[in-house]
Design a protein around this ligand. Structure first.
Ligand SMILES: Cc1ncc(COP(=O)(O)O)c(C=O)c1O
Ligand SMILES: [Zn+2]
Length: 395
């Protein structure tokens, strides 16, 4: 049977309890499988195609057909490498990668008879929680930093009838609050990425990439709380154990300059992070100063012989504009960090011209419609005088 496992201290336990953190050292737990428990036969499409490597009963699944997201070959931005592919996670049911983890975590909540689920969120987790809780017929509570969540994400949480708790403080405080709650109460199931069932669902992005193009040389991914890079690395390692790939890609974890504690630890060859007390970036989804899964993220990039790098807000906005205007892929700012990171690593020689690269873009541009006010747009207002439109278009 799959088991809880602490990658930091080796603690292990059966899955029948509802655990999130290691009782010995406090790190978020992982779920591990022995070799004969990893199932090679996949069938169907999306996240549940991989139900043989998911620790829940697929017959009880709460699903909106998540996963199976498009992988596009870049037409312009990848001209400096052998191939750049963009994995568009914004095409998931609620418009972000969170749905991959949420479908599994909410299924687990149903298996364990929870009537409520809760998360802290920079926005996308709350949107996903709200929609999946609605689908499952249970109550959703979302704890968000007041005034710091993009419009589209709040709209989704509201529309799905979630209870919205706005905290006067940042995401790190909100996460601390729900962690304290979960330590003391079993009233609501915590479905942040510290929940190991979330990681299980999110690892399927690696399975999909590998099934479509094999192992690329690099995968770039934005990093906030560091659950997703943890999940990506887990999925890649499982695919290698399953014999589906011969080597592991290098990971490029990308943080925003104003919220980059893992980058600092990576550059200092340190084994701990110094939390950023007041993180600051326009990429609100990754505006996180004290990432819960920092240790697993550092381990992943080091094991992969990859790197953690930071990108400025200006570069994020530039990459967001290039993605939409040159590639036809409209993403939210945090997602563009992934591509800004690719461009920066190409420029400084970390990524080389013979490399094949996948950039994971994590959230749909419609999540944060205000972000496009940073682009120069070509807009005019006209009256109905005859010939006006003709004269404008002919120019
Ligand atoms: C769009 C988007 N990209 C990236 C991230 C970062 O993911 P993680 O917190 O798992 O590192 C988030 C997290 O909220 C997100 O919403
Ligand atoms: Zn531990």
């Amino acid at each position: 049977m799959p088991r809880y496992f602490c990658e930091n201290c080796g603690f292990t336990d059966k899955l029948d309890k509802n655990l999130y953190f290691c009782p010995n050292c406090g790190d978020p737990l992982t779920i591990t499988y022995s070799d004969d428990e990893l199932e090679v036969n996949f069938s169907g499409s999306g996240v549940w195609r991989y139900s043989g490597v998911l620790p829940v009963d697929p017959n009880k699944k709460v699903s909106l057909k998540e996963g199976n997201t498009p992988l596009y070959k870049s037409l312009h931005l990848g001209s400096g490498v052998k191939g750049l592919y963009i994995k568009n996670e914004g095409m998931n049911p609620t418009g972000s990668f969170k749905d991959r983890g949420m479908t599994v975590a909410i299924t687990r909540a149903i298996e364990k008879n929870f009537k409520s689920v809760i998360c802290a969120s920079t926005g996308n987790t709350s949107a996903s929680l709200a929609i999946y809780a609605a689908r499952a017929g249970i109550r959703g509570y979302v704890v968000v930093p007041d005034g710091a969540v993009a419009l589209g994400k709040m709209a989704q949480a509201r529309a799905a009838g979630a209870h919205i708790i706005k905290v006067r403080g940042n995401f790190d405080l909100a996460l601390q609050m729900v962690k304290d709650f979960a330590r003391k109460s079993d009233e609501a199931y915590l479905v942040n990425s510290v929940n190991p069932f979330r990681i299980e669902g999110q690892k399927t992005v690696a399975y999909e990439i590998v099934e479509e193009i094999g192992a690329p040389d690099w995968i770039t991914i934005p990093v906030g709380n560091a659950g997703n890079i943890t999940a990506l690395w887990k999925g890649l390692n499982e695919m290698k154990r399953l014999g589906k790939i011969k080597y592991l890609p290098k990971l490029l974890g990308v943080q925003a300059s104003g919220a980059s504690p893992i980058v600092k630890a990576f550059n200092d060859s340190s084994n701990k992070i110094e939390p950023v007390v007041s993180p600051n970036t326009l990429a609100t989804a990754i505006k996180i100063g004290n990432p819960a899964s920092w240790r697993r993220a550092l381990k992943a990039v080091r094991e992969s012989r990859g790197a953690m790098i930071e990108v400025s807000d200006d570069h994020i906005v530039q990459a967001q504009y290039l993605l939409s205007s040159r590639e036809g892929i409209f993403v939210e700012p945090a997602s563009a960090a992934s591509v800004a990171g690719f461009l920066s690593a190409l420029q400084n020689g970390l990524i080389r011209k013979e490399d094949t690269v996948v950039s994971i873009v994590t959230g749909n541009g419609l999540k944060d419609p205000d972000s496009v006010s940073r682009f120069e747009s070509i807009e005019i207002t006209v009256g109905s005088e005859e010939g006006l439109l003709h004269s404008v278009i002919a120019q």
